[in-house]
Design a protein around this ligand. Structure first.
Ligand code: HEC
Length: 190
């Protein structure tokens, strides 16, 4: 009862007076999760419509130009850096920095220990070039459909050809459903 009362009290106090350091990051975390969802929705919507209208080989062409554009648009609308990265890259422009690489290696280790890939996330406040930044990452699971069409082992020859043309150093093939394909990554200035 006491706990309930306390919860009710905290909830009715104005935000500005109740925000502790932890609550501050709780809000950042919530906002990061929402931004990732919105980014993922935009990517998925685009991918589905191109796959349906044009088929997977043409979708490779579309993805390679539209996915970076969606990342740029989302980054602008949030005033953060929002992108995707991976330990096995398709697009070299998505290369991870040292912190991102370490977090993805941590995700792989947590997966091995049995954690649910769809729930893997991590955040930390780090200093970058003398500025404090809130950094957030969320693992991207590989789904059978549609991901394996372009990230699996047995690619259609036209899909493989389109990928070879755009990404001569493509490492993002040979995945299985349930693997970690990569991660969403956000950098927010504090
Ligand atoms: C039509 C082919 C196609 C399908 C289907 C597809 N992808 Fe990709 N994927 C690409 C292309 C092309 C890129 C490079 C895009 C870029 O330049 O950012 C890419 C890049 C990525 C990246 C960024 C990291 C990197 O390697 O450059 C991630 C993460 C990713 N895909 C995850 C997925 C997931 C998860 C699915 C299933 C929901 C999926 N992809 C389905 C073609 C595809």
């Amino acid at each position: 009862m006491k706990a309930l009362l306390r919860a009710a009290l905290i909830c009715t106090l104005p935000f500005s007076t109740t925000l502790s350091a932890d609550d501050h990051f709780a809000q950042r975390l919530q906002d990061s999760r929402e931004a990732v969802q919105s980014f993922a929705r935009a990517l998925k919507g685009n991918l589905q419509s191109v796959l349906q209208k044009k088929g997977p080989a043409e979708a490779v062409e579309a993805c390679s130009s539209i996915a970076p554009l969606i990342a740029m648009t989302k980054s602008k609308s949030y005033s953060w850096k929002i992108s995707r990265t991976s330990l096995k890259l398709r697009d070299p422009d998505n290369a991870p920095d040292t912190w991102e690489r370490a977090v993805m290696e941590q995700f792989e280790a947590r997966k091995t220990k049995g954690e649910d890939v769809s729930k893997l996330e991590y955040y930390e406040v780090v200093e970058m070039d003398g500025n404090r930044m809130f950094r957030y990452m969320k693992a991207i699971p590989t789904l059978e459909k549609p991901c394996l069409t372009c990230h699996g082992s047995n690619l259609r020859p036209d899909v493989a050809a389109a990928l070879d043309k755009h990404f001569p150093n493509d490492k993002a093939r040979g995945y299985k459903a349930g693997d970690i394909r990569g991660a969403f990554t956000i950098i927010q200035p504090l």
